[in-house]
Design a protein around this ligand. Structure first.
Ligand SMILES: *Cc1c(COP(=O)(O)O)cnc(C)c1O
Length: 351
């Protein structure tokens, strides 16, 4: 328990005092079966003529079972990106408050901060991408509302030790966001159960990576129920469309373990083959579905791969990632094709 934490004093005053938009169906009591309240079309077309459930009750129930989290502790957003934006809008007063994040990390924390006119203080990871616990805490002041952490981290691929993360959660009296987009690929697993121990912890997860549903745009935030209630109050009423609710409800009945295990094994194979190439300086250890690879001349390798029809993420101009490409683990066939081209390039004299 973090005893210094007081949720009400962190939430922006205008949000604390907000009375949210309420739908007629929220206000109605009893069984209703004629819907003349929302100016929808009455003509049935497979359920799409009606507005979707703004509370996503069925979907939250199913996600709750799979994740071992109560529905009241779940927020669902149009991607995790919606949750990141809501964190700013609920906690950070523009032009006044600030947040602290690590660097390098996922770009949306800083982009969202700038859109919301909130200062983002970036604290660099060390050379081996370890979490600088003391430096992060030292970067905070009275106006720091949120610390953003990402583990396994994008683009570095490493997962931070649980005790380092929890030390920040315990020491900081504001909100700690832990983005676990890649937790399904990590031997360290998820810390989501800690939301029941720490009132200031928000865990983010997504259906875009291990679940293979990036096109449906569904992200999750897990936190104490009062935080979830603030998110629900601020979000667009119908933020998750009906086809996403229905398709994800059906998809989560199918386990992802086979694909995830395959990706993890392919990650190891790719790392072994890449390490034999003269063009490769270093492969960073990864707990995610990608490898961060340091080349001697990343820009040239990047352009070469593009010329072969293969796109990877060029991170070589990101601070801390000089000469690095982030390579997603694909299917076995895609990985072999990529490795074959890189081996050819390694031997050629165009490099
Ligand atoms: C890919 C990714 C996400 C996913 O965002 P969605 O909006 O849910 O698709 C979130 N966080 C990190 C760190 C990511 O790399």
């Amino acid at each position: 328990m973090n005893k210094q934490f007081k949720l009400e004093s962190l939430v922006r005053e205008n949000i604390r005092n907000l009375s949210p938009y309420s739908t007629a169906r929220d206000e109605a009591r009893g069984e209703v079966n004629v819907f003349l309240d929302a100016n929808e079309s009455p003509y049935a077309n497979g359920g799409y003529n009606r507005y979707p459930d703004p509370h996503q009750k069925e979907l939250k129930k199913r996600i709750g079972v799979i994740k071992g989290i109560n529905p009241e502790n779940i927020f669902l957003g149009n991607g995790s990106d919606e949750a990141i934006d809501l964190i700013y809008r609920v906690f950070c007063t523009p032009g006044k408050d600030n947040v602290v994040s690590i660097s390098p990390t996922y770009g949306m924390y800083s982009v969202c901060g700038h859109i919301n006119d909130v200062e983002v203080r970036e604290v660099p990871l060390d050379e081996d991408f370890n979490l600088p616990v003391e430096a992060l805490l030292k970067a905070c002041d009275r106006k720091t509302k949120v610390i953003f952490l990402c583990s396994p981290n994008n683009p570095t691929g490493n997962a931070f030790p649980t005790e380092d993360i929890l030390r920040i959660v315990e020491s900081f009296k504001g909100i700690v966001v832990l983005d676990e987009a890649y937790a399904d690929f990590s031997s360290k697993g998820s810390l989501r159960k800690y939301i029941y121990e720490y009132d200031n912890l928000i865990i983010l997860q997504t259906f875009s990576k291990a679940y293979g549903l990036a096109a449906l745009r569904l992200g999750m935030a897990f936190a104490q129920k009062d935080i979830i209630a603030y998110f629900s109050k601020v979000k667009y009423p119908y933020n998750i469309n009906k086809s996403t609710q229905d398709l994800v409800s059906a998809a989560i009945l199918k386990p992802i373990t086979v694909n995830t295990a395959h990706t993890i094994s392919q990650r190891g194979t790719m790392a072994r083959f890449l390490s034999r190439l003269d063009i490769v300086e270093k492969i960073y250890p990864s707990e995610a579905n990608f490898l961060l690879v340091k080349f001697y001349d990343a820009d040239k390798v990047y352009d070469y791969l593009i010329s072969k029809g293969i796109i990877v993420r060029n991170r070589s101009h990101v601070p801390g990632c000089r000469n690095c490409l982030r390579i997603t683990v694909g299917t076995q066939k895609e990985n072999i094709k990529t490795l074959e081209y890189l081996m050819e390039y390694d031997k050629s004299d165009i490099r």
